[in-house]
Structures are given as structure tokens and as C-alpha cells.
Design a protein around this ligand. Structure first.
Ligand code: HEM
Length: 441
């Protein structure tokens, strides 16, 4: 729960900055202000959200306890320190921060240590649970993507700080940005989210998991796309030939991954036993739809030769429509579920308890989710039209929508929507707001 709270604060902060006109499209795409905004979202929001979710979810996936229940807290502290240092480093590039601390080296050490603990803890949990099922293997590939992203990010940070001048690091800095982005957005964030979504959607919609052959194909294509981009891309950059070809091949593999994944998810929705969809499942469909549209846009723009110009709009749709949309939709189920477990677990079978769905007010939350997705799509159109003011207006709506969703999560955590008479039967536990008392074993 602390990971989720920190992540949501980062998301609200990033959206406030966008609404205030910070970063792209008011500043160039590679400007320090944009770099700060991008990493506030991808590290502060998405990576913390995913780490928190994996600590909770990997033990469920492999039916074994987490290797260490103690490491997530020091990892969170290191990650928060590292993220603050990295953002300060970007501010320093802008000249906006004059303190002369070595922010980039500091960020490198803290982020390597924080993500190192995450990888170690989840890695040991998965290793002990071999042979792994399909969703868990998605997580393994995602974690490899995380390792690659962090390694390349640290190389960039040390080059920016002037702390490394080896020819390999300089070449990677000059041409390696696509590898960093593909490994981060595609490998770490998207493949992990896909793996988790197969299991969560099947669980929440009472659907059989889709045909294993097609899911295995999604995993293999995704893993190949990541491998070709990271290993092939690094080699091509270092030998100075073939990089465009390698990235195009990774792009085609990535596209096939998305199309097959979307087909699997459609099948999941069709095969479900729960006829009336809960809000979290309806919103997850909007997120997967955004991913599919982003993939199609990449094909169309790529064939028109304008992908470079419109990359900002496509990345925005991937980050806010697909990854953040799915994240918020699933939080809207996970937070009430964990809270229910924490509060009523001790009295199950001993006293009448509310259902998990009694902790949420879907009609009210539906309006905020609707506003959120409309704002994402409007923001994407604004970026295509190159309209900075329309983008700021969309970002302001995005902020309002997200704040509304966060408020619903806080209400669920406080059990505010459960009728007072049923709220706390004798022996139940009143859950604190940001600390989860649920233990994984
Ligand atoms: C989920 C993980 C990550 C993702 C998705 C990600 C994504 C990105 C993106 C999209 C850019 C380009 C932004 C732009 O041009 O405006 C970028 C650049 C950069 N990233 Fe990351 N990043 C991640 C993690 C990290 C980490 C852990 C570090 C450092 C420890 C880092 C350091 C950098 C640096 C220094 C640049 C600037 C490179 C340059 O000036 O060309 N990133 N990243």
C-alpha cells in the first residue's frame, strides 16, 4: 500500500506539472524539463506501482511466499531517494537547481541498489518456484527488461554527469535511447503488465485463461522483441551498422505481440462467466484498446515516415492510455480487495461481513474514470495537432479525473462506502491508510 500511495502522489504531481505547461510540448522532447516529467511518470508512478503490485502478486502467481517480506521497505526508501536524486540531476541540467551535489552518480547508486533489491527479492521468489507457469514467465522477461533499462539509464546518467567517458558509454549515449525506451516501456512495464493482466482479468471476470498456445506466442514474440532491441541494438550501435534494421525488426515483433495479446484479451472477455462486467474490467478494456490504437498508429505513422515527428503523441497514449489506465483500473480492484482482506479476514466465518464490491461505489467512480480516459484521448489528439494550450487543458482534465479516482481509492481504504452498521463487526481490523498489514505468509 505504501508503494501505491507513493506512486499515486508521483502521478498527481506529474499531471499538475503537465497542466502547468511544464515539459513537452512547451519544451523540446529531449529538454531537461521533459526528462524530469518522463521519469516522474515512468519511475515515480509506473515502476513503483508495478513493484508494489508484484510484491503482492508474484506470491499468488507461484503459490509460494515472497522470498523476503522485509526487503520491500528498504527498497522503497532507496528507490524514492534515487528518483528524487535523478529528478534533481535533470533540474540541474536546466540550471534550475544550483546545489552542487553529484545528483546523477547518487541517483545511479540509489536506483541500482533499490531496483537490485527488487530484482533479488522477486528473482529468488520465482527461482524457488520453478517450473514457472506462463504469467510468471512474463514477469521474468519483464524483470530482465527492468535490469536492461536501469543499466542503460545509469550509463546515460553517468555520461551526463561527466563521470564516464569510455567510448562504449559515449556511443550508447549518442544512439542508445531507443534501446532504453523499448526496454523500459515495452519490456519492463508492458510485458509485466500483460502477464499480470492475463491472470487478474481471468480471476476478476471468472474466465478460463486463454488458449495456452497463443499466450505462449505472445510471450515468445515479446521476449524476442526485447532481446533483438537490447542485444541486437547494442551490438549494432557499437559496430556502427544495422541499427535501423534491428529496431525495425524489434518493432515488427512488438507489433505482433500487441495484436496477439489483444486477441487473447478479447477472447477472455468473450469466455467470461461474470455477465455484468465490473468497472475495473470495463476500464481495463479501454486501456487495452488504447494500446491497440497506439500500435496501429505506429504502423501508419511509420509507413508515412512521420513516426519521429509524432512520437510524443504515441508515447503519451501508451503511457497514460495503456499503462496508467490499466494501473488505475486494477488498483480500483486491488485496493478494495486488500482492504477487505485486512479488515474482515480475521472475522471470516465468525461474523457477517460485506462483499468486496460493497467497498466501492462504481457509479460515482465510473464518472471519474470516464473523464480520465476522455482526457487521455483528447491529450493525444492535442499532441498530434501540435496544440500546446489544448494539451494543457486535457492535462488539467486528466488531473481532475485522476484526483477523483484517488479519492475513491481513499474512500475504499476507509470503508466509507460500507453502511456504518456493517462496517466494523466485532473482531475486525481498522486498516491504516497507507500501510498494509496483510502479510504474504
Ligand atoms: C521504467 C524505466 C524507465 C523508462 C521507461 C525510461 C524512459 C526514458 C525516456 C522515454 C527517455 C527519453 C525522454 C526524452 O527524450 O524526453 C529517457 C531518457 C533518459 N533516461 Fe530513462 N527511463 C527509465 C529509467 C531510467 C533510469 C533508472 C535512469 C537512471 C538511473 C534513467 C536515465 C535516463 C537519462 C539520463 C536519460 C536522458 C538521455 C539523453 O539525454 O539522451 N532512466 N528515459
Amino acid at each position: 500500500m505504501s508503494y501505491f500511495a507513493a506512486a499515486l502522489v508521483a502521478l498527481l504531481a506529474a499531471e499538475s506539472l503537465m497542466a502547468a505547461g511544464w515539459g513537452f510540448p512547451n519544451a523540446p522532447i529531449g529538454a531537461p524539463a521533459t526528462l524530469l516529467l518522463v521519469h516522474l511518470v515512468v519511475l515515480g508512478w509506473l515502476s513503483l506501482l508495478l513493484c508494489g503490485a508484484l510484491f503482492q502478486f508474484v506470491p499468488v502467481l507461484v503459490a509460494k511466499p515472497l522470498y523476503s517480506a522485509r526487503l520491500p521497505l528498504p527498497a522503497l526508501i532507496l528507490l524514492l531517494g534515487g528518483i528524487i536524486a535523478l529528478l534533481s540531476g535533470f533540474l540541474g541540467l536546466n540550471g534550475a537547481l544550483t546545489a552542487k551535489l553529484p545528483f546523477f552518480p547518487l541517483a545511479s547508486v540509489l536506483l541500482a541498489a533499490g531496483f537490485g533489491l527488487v530484482l533479488w527479492n522477486l528473482g529468488c521468489t520465482l527461482w524457488r518456484a520453478r517450473p514457472l507457469g506462463l504469467p510468471a514467465r512474463f514477469v521474468v522477461v519483464g524483470l530482465l527488461g527492468l535490469a536492461a533499462t536501469v543499466a542503460i539509464g545509469i550509463t546515460f546518467a553517468l555520461v551526463l554527469a561527466g563521470d564516464t567517458t569510455t567510448p562504449t558509454a559515449l556511443r550508447l549515449f549518442a544512439d542508445g535511447l531507443p534501446i532504453h525506451i523499448i526496454a523500459g516501456l515495452g519490456g519492463w512495464l508492458s510485458l509485466t503488465a500483460m502477464g499480470v493482466s492475463y491472470r487478474l482479468l481471468a480471476m476478476f471476470m471468472l474466465a478460463p485463461e486463454p488458449d495456452r498456445r497463443s499466450t505462449r506466442a505472445v510471450l515468445q514474440l515479446g521476449a524476442w522483441a526485447l532481446g533483438v532491441a537490447v542485444l541486437g541494438g547494442t551490438t549494432a550501435i557499437l559496430v556502427r551498422r544495422g541499427a535501423a534494421l534491428v529496431f525495425s525488426a524489434a518493432g515488427v515483433l512488438g507489433l505482433l505481440t500487441v495484436v496477439l495479446y489483444a486477441r487473447d484479451i478479447v477472447h477472455l472477455y468473450q469466455a467470461r462467466k461474470r455477465r455484468v462486467l465490473e468497472l475495473n474490467s470495463r476500464m481495463a478494456a479501454a486501456a487495452v484498446g488504447s494500446l491497440l490504437v497506439a500500435a496501429l498508429l505506429m504502423v501508419v505513422l511509420g509507413s508515412m515516415g512521420t513516426l519521429g515527428r509524432d512520437a510524443g503523441a504515441v508515447v503519451f497514449l501508451v503511457v497514460f492510455g495503456w499503462l496508467s489506465g490499466l494501473g488505475l483500473a486494477k488498483l480500483y480492484k486491488i485496493v478494495p480487495f486488500l482492504t477487505w482482506l485486512e479488515c474482515y479476514g480475521p472475522v471470516l466465518g465468525k461474523a457477517p461481513t460485506p462483499r468486496v464490491q460493497d467497498l466501492v461505489a462504481e457509479q460515482r467512480a465510473g464518472k471519474w474514470f470516464g473523464l480520465y480516459f476522455l482526457a487521455v484521448w483528447a491529450g493525444t489528439v492535442a499532441l498530434f495537432l501540435d496544440s500546446a494550450w489544448a494539451f494543457r487543458a486535457a492535462a488539467a482534465l486528466l488531473l481532475v479525473g485522476t484526483a477523483g479516482i484517488v479519492l475513491q481509492l481513499v474512500r475504499a481504504r476507509r470503508l466509507a462506502d460500507v453502511p456504518a452498521s456493517a462496517r466494523f463487526p466485532g473482531g475486525s481490523v481498522r486498516p491504516p491508510l497507507v500501510l498494509s498489514l496483510t502479510r504474504s505468509h
